[in-house]
Design a protein around this ligand. Sequence first.
Ligand code: SF4
Length: 489
Amino acid sequence: MKTTPTATAAPIGIADAARPDADRPAVVRALSAEVTRLTGAASDTAERQAARLADLTAHYGASPFTPLEQMRRRFDLDRAGFGRLLDLFDRIPQLGAAVEQGPAGKYWSNTIRPLNAAGALEAAVRREPAFPYSVGLYPGPTCMFRCHFCVRVTGAKYDAASVVPGNEILTSVIDEVPSENPTAMYLSGGLEPLTNPGIGALVSHAARRGFALTVYTNAFALTEQTLRRQPGLWDLGAVRTSLYGLNNDEYQATTGKRGAFERVRKNLQDFLRMRAERAAPVRLGLNHIILPGRANRLIDLVDFIAELNESSPDRPLDFVTVREDYSGRDDGRLSEDERTELREGLARFVDYAAERTPGMQTDLGYALESLRRGVDAQLLRIRPETMRPTAHPQVAVQIDLLGDVYLYREAGFPGLAGATRYIAGRVTPDRSLHSVVHDFVTSGRSVDPQPGDEFFLDGFDQSVTARLNQLEQDVADGWDQHRGLIRAV
Ligand code: SF4
């Protein structure tokens, strides 16, 4: 008799070790066989080691910032025993890959892996000079919004006369950045990049050197007229629009500007239409921050995107990223009830987006992705006492219109109290970015963090700081050889 083949699920294996819903006994069995193969250990010893390896992998897949010594104590192992466990972890490369499949996997794959590969974290830990891995250009002299959560000082802006010389400085920085990484630079702020009348020329200049810049913008000035006046904007790699609401009232409540929602929506529709007409490769996406009181709006977000896509059905919006407010301010934190609601809302959002906007990339970041998968992510709250006085210019710097090189992404606003302490130096016609960073690092300069300084760090800065603190703690605890658990690419 002929039988109809039925679909069978792939067997649970080592690669599933960090998935919260994985069948743990099956993972341990697979690991146990591997431990026996590698070490020849008797079955009870192999099984014990396998169970610990499964726990270690699951832990770092969900809580990436844990110092190794803390794990040793949790396992109640002596140093030699824990060292053997870490050696085994290194000998089973699928375990490192499994950590990246865990609920906090985005943190490992988006942030840590590329920085490891570039050697940027190592340079920061050793306090050695290195050209920054990521260079943010902050070309905006002003901003038309006044978002209630923004650290910007109301009314503070760059003098109009600083735009032309500022663009010359930024052009010199573009010329200096090594071109092997096409996404090493981006345009952001500080203030709104599209308020700079020379931005198209900067983008084209960078594109000629092979850089695909992403601009972070509120899209208020992304009008058809701007795009016609500054055709260089079509050389961007991506336009990442910060979305501040899904209707006029929400937009006005957040940005303080009347009519902004309608205008931003029209700009995005026009951009999609013009992009399709020109067959321009630039990607378009939205950044959506979930503000308190709006945790239930994600379905509306998908509807909003689907409506935008009607302007260009064959070339729809490319991506959306959804984040919580990382600023750490009390008024940005979601209540417990909202977090519970959000957990269910995120799952619905991902399904609904796949149905209504197929092909669009949805990125929840590691904290919300963890929440969606039922694991409350380890909260990243860097405080002044955990900030690093030497910061991490080997990893990232930001440069404004004056050529000032800021050590943190949220510090580059004119007139911001205390922010000038986080200027590493100034790029001038006679002084390169390379020498500013080199001098800052080799001089051993440091900044004594004050209460409130933690707000100068964005989510990326916080992740990098947490990782560097973890690496240094591991070294101090004598786990240099295994610091950070995963270091190799
Ligand atoms: S968050 Fe951005 S758009 Fe809003 S006021 Fe600040 S700089 Fe302007």
